[in-house]
Design a protein around this ligand. Sequence first.
Ligand code: ADP
Ligand code: MG
Length: 538
Amino acid sequence: MTRAEPGRIRSLPEDVVRRIAAGEVVARPAAALKELVENALDAGATEVRVDLKNGGKNLLRVSDNGCGMGREDSQLAIARHATSKLTSIEDLRRVTSYGFRGEALASIAAVSRFVLETNDEESRPGTRVEVDGGEIRSVRETVHPRGTTVTCRTLFFNLAPRRAFLKSDSYEGKLCVETVRCYALVFPGVGFEVTNDDRVVFRLPPAAGIRERMADLFDKSAVEGLVEVRVENPLVRLQGFLSAPGQARPYYDVQQVYFNRRPVQSRLVARAVLDAYGPSLDSNRPNFLLSFHTDPSRLDVNIHPTKHEVRFADERFLFDFVSEACRKVLGTVLRRESGVDDLPVQSSFDTGSAGPTGFWQLHNSYILAQVASGYVIIDQHAAHERVMFEELAAASRQVAPQGLLFPITIELGADEFEAYQSFVAELAAMGVETKVFSGRTVVVETVPSGSYIGKADLREFFAELPGLARDSARLRPELARLVACKAAVKAGQMLSPLEMESLCNRLFACREPYFCPHGRPAIIKIATEELERRFGRT
Ligand code: ADP
Ligand code: MG
């Protein structure tokens, strides 16, 4: 290591700057491969072949049968900021192709020994361009079928620090294979083949759809345990698959999100999916593959250098849309398994307007819903108690607190205060955040989100605290039961159709939707036959 000498600042030579910048865009073989596969798909290929050596470090080759390039274009393609996909900044709002910056090929060619072979029509000979560390060595005629083959050898041969930074062949190879798999999942109609060190990693024939493609990639049980989600509204169309409740395992095969077929990391969407499972998930991790289609103007794809992230115009909407859509299919599955088969749950996102929703409230206490084989009556308090209990009892989950506009102050008795002090951390984890005001006066600042709780409920809550078991195994469920009981919606509270729908959806995502935590029924089903019998119709 040499240290900088004081007073000797020099500009880096142009070609070094270029190499360093290129090294940032294509930081590792999988990043270069991503760009090459995207180019093949942008070119309309129906067959993509990928060959790797040493996990892509010594050889990365992508061949496609896409539109190919003519003689002039093939040289332009490796020039920096040359693209056929964008002509003005306004076009950025409309891009549907993966590429648009026109820097990938230039960057890859700058840091490897690079050969581009391409042909845009079978009648003419193809073109072969050879580039070494960014310098064009030769441009020749060659025989190549319609399509393009890019060969990139010894990535970073001229950027030693980057090369040294790469991980083992097997690790880099794994990232490369995952990259191709990611595109193969969302382009089921395209055939993909990947080899590494001359061994076939996978060979995927064109498939009829995403589920069929998943069946080619994952084991049978994982694919059989998937349910499909399909929702459309004026802003966004969603198609995807996710593990049925109870089918999630501690490890997942795939958790992938796409916007307009662009694979992205979206913590927002992932959170919304997990939210839809609710506590039924325990510590299992579901498979999910969600593919969103939306007008390109609603997406900002240019916020991240490798385009791993996109920004959707209305993120809050997206969260609700996703969790609602997933909850709906997950709820449907549970209902089928548990006998109440066909609750007419309708999503408020389907139409964008309020039309009848199929829920009625009786005496502000019971929710009535028609099902194909009769009707169900849901006790709103028992149902909400069950939902809150399962959310609060799941030890792995931190419950979101909801701030009280007017914090509630309560004066506690000596034993209440003593019990309160030993539970204060657990309570905070359940969304009940408190502060000691003075003496034995406690201020409740937040309650679990979605609570219907008032001062009288809190008073009862603190009064029951001293009676709770203190041993750690029983503490969380006991405390959860008590909080759920006090915070759940009471009988006598009027609910909007949307609140009823949401409560029913959440109830059916529970592990045990039929009973409240005290064991009282939460749902009663009346079959049409019973009505017919009582009205003397049979
Ligand atoms: P971008 O994809 O952002 O346009 P690239 O450097 O990846 O930039 O590619 C530059 C151009 O080269 C593309 O716009 C396209 O016209 C052409 N090109 C690259 N790869 C292929 C390919 N596999 N088939 C056909 N044309 C290609
Ligand atoms: Mg590109």
